[in-house]
Design a protein around this ligand. Structure first.
Ligand code: PMP
Length: 431
């Protein structure tokens, strides 16, 4: 028995059984450098999932490590919410300036779930309504409110919801009513769906729509550009707020834009961020228009949200991102990967779609020739990648989509190396 097996047995004995673990033989990561991680057995992997898109700059980045160490050495690591925190103010200034939101305010939390919870709090209080709109197949987190607006059955528990949620259908482009529609018709259908939901499913004021510009956990589902602008016009008729969940799509990951919402020519009232901003350290939050952020009667705070250590990491990450123009790199290297996957997998009967933006790329696997999801094929490809030294993720409503979200510092050589492994792992095997 390896060290790993012993740890796995202990994991199983003490953690709840629903904690998901990848691979038949789960991995314990013990070191990382650049875009590579090493496991307890001494194997090194190229990492195309980056700890579920939390590792934006790569592993062991000197600037981030030094910023965190500097803060640690001051001895001030607690959140000190009742005192001024220089790191937090500086980071908030940078995020507000970059948010695209006019007169923006920033509130820090520790996780994406809490950020969405806070955004829902601000929106429902501002609008004095607990009715919200959410999108089928979306994912927003594990707190009560965030769970209520999460639209995949395996993740949601909306029957216990503190919110009244009405579900919108923005479209799976492979199957269902919107399949194969040209963008303009797709948008028109989504807007018609929204109007119908507003007319028939809700009564009285609706507080907000919460949506991901590209669905992450849902399998990197990309709505047509401009969809949210069309939706926003309808929301504006009755003052419904728009919350853009940028937990996976923020910080330039999509290449063409810094935030996912920008692909739609629309500005949200609130946006939520998490994952990559701390390059792995727990840091998240909400940015929003002052009127909405001030909508909470009384006070709100998070004990650890935006603590000096996490905020120091956030500042270092933000500066690094800007200095190295990682958004441009995500676009360039992402295109190389996307094009390579598309052309290399074109003839594979079980690859229904290769889709992506920047370094957020999904490969959807189905039974040969159709659109019936094949989660087993995704499992086989995941294991094959691992065997050949590449970590990727998996998602989608049916668990049949490979998710590729490497650090934004990925080099062309690394992209080609991973591409070769992916092409081989996704080859159709009839046995
Ligand atoms: N929103 C989105 C779009 C996410 O992908 C996630 C996490 N997968 C969350 C919210 C929740 O974030 P956290 O796990 O940090 O609470």
């Amino acid at each position: 028995a390896s060290v790993n097996n012993d740890l796995l047995a202990r994991h199983r004995a003490v953690l709840p059984s629903w904690m998901p673990l990848y691979y038949h033989d789960p991995i314990e990561l013990v070191a990382g450098s650049g875009r590579r991680v090493t496991d307890a057995a001494g194997r090194t992997y190229l990492d195309f999932f980056g700890g579920v898109l939390t590792n934006m700059l790569g592993y062991d980045v000197a600037e981030v490590r030094e910023a965190v160490e500097r803060q640690l050495r001051t001895g001030i690591v607690h959140t000190s919410t009742l005192y001024l925190i220089r790191q937090q103010v500086e980071l908030a200034e940078k995020i507000a300036a970059r948010s695209g939101i006019r007169d923006a305010r920033v509130f820090f939390t520790n996780s994406g779930s809490e950020a969405n919870e806070a955004a829902l709090l601000f929106a429902t209080n501002t609008r004095r309504s607990n009715q919200v709109l959410a999108v089928r197949n979306g994912y927003h987190g594990r707190t009560f409110g965030a769970m209520a607006v999460t639209g995949t059955r395996s993740w949601s528990a909306s029957s216990l919801s503190p919110l009244q949620v009405a579900w919108l259908h923005f479209g799976d482009r492979l199957r269902g009513a919107y399949a194969g529609l040209p963008d303009a018709d797709h948008i028109e259908a989504a807007v018609a769906d929204l109007r119908e939901v507003l007319a028939t499913q809700v009564g009285g004021d609706v507080a907000a729509l919460i949506a991901e510009p590209i669905q992450g956990v849902g399998g990197f589902v990309i709505p047509p550009d401009g969809l949210f602008a069309a939706v926003r016009e309808v929301l504006d008729e009755t003052g419904i707020l728009f919350i853009s969940d940028e937990v996976q799509t923020g910080w330039g990951r999509t290449g063409t834009h810094f935030w996912g919402y920008q692909a739609h020519g629309v500005v949200p009232d609130l946006l939520t961020f998490a994952k990559g901003v701390g390059n792995g350290l727990a840091l998240a939050g909400v940015v929003g228009r002052a009127e909405v952020m001030e909508g909470v009667p009384g006070i709100s705070f998070s004990t650890f949200g935006g603590n000096p250590v996490a905020a120091a990491a956030g500042n270092a990450v933000f500066d690094y991102l800007s200095r190295h123009d990682l958004q441009a790199n995500a676009e360039r290297v992402g295109s190389l990967l996307l094009d390579g996957l598309r052309s290399g997998l074109r003839d594979q009967p079980h690859v229904a779609e290769v889709r992506g933006r920047g370094l957020m790329i999904g490969v959807e696997l189905v039974r040969p020739g159709g659109t019936v999801p094949d989660p087993a094929a995704a499992g086989v490809a995941l294991e094959a990648c691992r065997r050949d030294g590449l970590l990727v993720g998996r998602g989608g409503l049916y668990g049949n989509v490979l998710r590729i979200g490497p650090p934004l510092t990925l080099t062309e050589a690394e992209a080609r190396e991973g591409l070769a492994i992916l092409l081989d792992a996704c080859r159709y095997r009839s046995d």
